[in-house]
Design a protein around this ligand. Structure first.
Ligand code: SF4
Length: 289
């Protein structure tokens, strides 16, 4: 959205809030102004929404309303009070995000685990520390990266998220993405990758190349919790993060065809150098605790 459109829409919403549902414009400018407002769409109601309707949005906000929240603080406010799916009943804390809201790298995991549910922060505990080291190894200090999950509340017992929970919660992640506008997204684990890409392909098939999600380059790799169980997958993960590094550096950004890397070459081993016969199911639910 251009600044001009934003200004027009904000002005019109302000007039409407003051009880002026209609307004008269000088000849010649009416059509242009109306077009600006029309094409601005419903996603920019956030300024009016925030503070006034946060409680209602948290209870029953629609997808479009969540996508219309104007800024990260407002989005967090709604998420942290959210009861829009059944997971609110069993969570300890909503796990909204960690890191820089202007980050060039946005990391997405599946859903909070026990440590995250307890602390309210994504990717903590042993898996989080491993993630920190991996990111740092390619020049991304954690503080410079935006980290979140597809789901903001922990599924009981770390079970896989249900379709209605994903449907209810995914607008938060999508709006986070729109607000951060990263140079690259890194999806950790099968579930996050399949959710973002809308497919059921295996992680082995998805990793090692650049995808697009909502117009943003996306790289898929193993979840750090899976690396704790399968250290042999650390090397291909590092290769994936190097790919993300190259995208940030402007060396690579277009979707690329799948290439079988040396880590996947047959040598009596499973995906990414893992144990023979390893299944992607091992990576599903890759949460810490
Ligand atoms: S998982 Fe998402 S939609 Fe469900 S209660 Fe938590 S924040 Fe709301």
């Amino acid at each position: 959205m251009t600044e001009a459109r934003e200004a027009v829409r904000s002005y019109l919403k302000g007039r409407e809030a003051l009880g002026e549902p209609e307004m008269f414009l000088p000849p010649g400018s009416r059509g242009e102004a109306l077009e600006q407002v029309r094409t601005a769409g419903s996603r920019d109601t956030g300024t009016a929404v925030r503070g006034l309707d946060a409680g209602r949005l948290a209870r029953s906000g629609t997808r479009e309303e969540i996508l219309g929240i104007a800024d990260m603080d407002g989005l967090r406010e709604v998420a942290e009070a959210c009861t829009r799916c059944g997971l609110h009943a069993t969570r300890t804390k909503v796990v909204f995000s960690d890191g820089a809201a202007d980050a060039r790298v946005l990391c997405v995991g599946e859903a909070p685990g026990a440590n995250e549910d307890r602390t309210g922060l994504p990717f903590v505990g042993r898996a989080g520390k491993l993630l920190d080291r991996l990111l740092l190894s390619v020049g991304f200090p954690r503080a410079d990266v935006f980290i979140c999950n597809v789901l903001k509340c922990r599924p009981p017992g770390n079970r896989n998220p249900l379709p209605d929970e994903i449907e209810a919660c995914s607008p938060f992640m999508l709006r986070q993405l729109e607000l951060v506008r990263p140079t690259v997204i890194v999806a950790f684990g099968t579930f996050a990758a399949q959710t973002l890409l809308g497919c059921r392909d295996s992680l082995r098939h998805l990793r090692g190349r650049t995808h697009l999600y909502e117009g943003f380059p996306l790289v898929v790799t193993y979840h750090p919790a899976a690396l704790l169980r399968n250290p042999g997958w650390t090397r291909p993960t590092w290769h994936d993060l190097q790919l993300a590094r190259r995208i940030v550096d402007g060396e690579q950004g277009q979707p690329t065809p799948r290439v079988v890397t040396e880590d996947e070459a047959p040598r009596g081993s499973g995906p990414g150098g893992g144990p023979a016969g390893a299944k992607d199911q091992l990576i599903l639910g890759g949460r810490d605790g």
